[in-house]
Design a protein around this ligand. Structure first.
Ligand SMILES: [Zn+2]
Length: 253
């Protein structure tokens, strides 16, 4: 009898936890400075978001004074995936079918999705780029690794981004672009030197333990494409966070 009571208590507790986690997932956060849902207040919007204000290893950061180091080379093995684009209210996200991987030294990660921020979330020597792409990966133990890529303004339309930016739903929702496959390997620059540091998700719940790799070389995107993205997402970059003694490494070649 005692045992059953305990089990009931545990069940009740776990349903409370599930309920509050589901609630947190629906808490509205935003990027407009000075509003209640602004980045400065994310940590107060829900208990589950407390790392957004208490965390000591938060992202993004200003990439400067990086220490040149022997970092493992990146082995990108991305495949093409059918194009579906989700407007989740914060960004445009392309979910990836299974089978694409990123290998960093002896660690292998599976690519889950990629999405965009404007302006860039990471800064390079204090300066932002017009856009930043994030390729989000996970390993078999649930560790996250994000590959960041800066996009700068150039003269030509970025052919890889065209079918994506042309079809982003203007309001929350998902669209399947029939007959189009994309391979985000085609967005990457030829050179794969990168900055590396330990950080967090840049959106609530701001979970830490995320391995960040931000490519040093930017790729170009036309002014019209930057404006096309900004017509839907006016600004979705979290401000840069304190380094708190963390070391930033940079490929030494
Ligand atoms: Zn992101």
């Amino acid at each position: 009898m005692q045992h059953r009571t305990l089990k009931q208590v545990i069940l009740a507790l776990s349903s409370v936890f599930v309920f509050s986690a589901a609630q947190a997932a629906s808490v509205h956060f935003c990027y407009e400075a000075g509003t209640e849902c602004a980045p400065a207040n994310w940590g107060d919007l829900a208990e589950e978001f407390h790392l957004c204000k208490d965390g000591l290893s938060q992202s993004p950061i200003n990439l400067y004074r990086a220490r040149e180091a022997r970092v493992p080379s990146l082995k990108v093995d991305y495949k093409a995936t059918p194009l579906t684009i989700k407007n989740n209210g914060h960004t445009a996200q392309v979910n990836y079918a299974s089978g694409s991987t990123l290998t960093v030294g002896d660690k292998k990660y599976r690519l889950l999705q990629f999405h965009f921020h404007t302006p860039s979330e990471h800064l390079k020597d204090g300066r932002a780029y017009p856009l930043e792409a994030h390729m989000v990966h996970v390993d078999d133990y649930g560790n996250l690794a994000v590959l960041g890529l800066f996009l700068k303004e150039g003269d030509h339309t970025n052919a890889f981004l065209k079918p994506i930016f042309d079809n982003i739903p203007k309001t929350e929702g998902e669209v399947e672009v029939a007959g189009v496959d994309v391979n985000v390997a085609n967005l990457l620059p030829r050179e794969r030197e990168y900055y590396s540091y330990s950080g967090s998700l840049t959106t609530p719940p701001c979970s830490e333990g995320v391995t960040w790799m931000v490519l040093e070389d930017a790729v170009t995107v036309s002014k019209a494409q930057i404006e096309q993205f900004r017509a839907i997402f006016e600004g979705n970059a979290r401000p840069d966070q304190p380094l708190n003694g963390r070391k930033i490494k940079r490929s030494d070649d």
